[in-house]
Design a protein. Structure first.
Length: 200
């Protein structure tokens, strides 16, 4: 079986590659709502760090991710098999009437430790984040329901307060007051200082 052929290190490597792919997809969806082709402004380091950047964006988000992983693992490896064993002979539970097939399905879940289900949960979480954040920010920009969250000093010593919607290693994505489109500035050599505005 696949489980016997892969080591823990290989599982971790595959898991991180999976997170990288989901991070890219989530970013693409998010920035697509803002009419920005984020892949055109990303280098390899941005792509490799995309899942980490998403998860560490806030403590709440990181906590939710950990809870999702733990919950999905215990749900598919502990709760689901017990639930199946208790109700496997009930007609309402097994509508197909094929108990042997249902038993094999549960055995398969036990064997692979619910990894496919965990991958599915994580997939839904990342895609949901991309869509949810993109729709929310796009709507706020169009209705001008935004206020400056960063003060940026450019290399010509011009200081602007603006609403930052994203940043990677090379570019800053922001909205100027009164505008409904995202502006993009290369950090080097255009920007000297990026300072978060403290909310009172």
């Amino acid at each position: 079986m696949l489980k016997e052929k892969l080591t823990l290190q290989e599982y971790l490597s595959l898991g991180y590659i999976y997170l990288i792919v989901l991070g890219i997809i989530s970013d693409v969806i998010y920035f697509r709502f803002l009419d920005v082709d984020i892949l055109s402004y990303s280098d390899i380091s941005d792509i490799l760090l995309s899942p980490i950047n998403i998860l560490t964006n806030s403590l709440l988000l990181f906590s939710v991710f950990i809870v999702v992983i733990v919950f999905s693992y215990f749900y598919v490896t502990k709760f689901l098999p017990k639930f199946h064993q208790k109700y496997r002979l009930k007609k309402w539970y097994n509508l197909t009437g094929n108990i042997e097939k249902a038993d094999k399905g549960i055995d398969s879940i036990k064997e692979n430790k619910g990894i496919p289900f965990i991958f599915m949960f994580v997939f839904c979480m990342f895609i949901g984040l991309g869509v949810g954040r993109g729709q929310k920010i796009s709507k706020r920009i169009q209705t001008q329901d935004i206020e400056a969250n960063y003060s940026v000093t450019f290399t010509n010593d011009m200081v602007k307060e603006l609403y930052v919607v994203g940043q990677n290693s090379s570019y800053l994505f922001y909205v100027l007051e009164g505008e409904k489109q995202v502006s993009i500035s290369a950090i080097n050599p255009n920007i000297k200082i990026i300072k978060k505005i403290d909310k009172e």
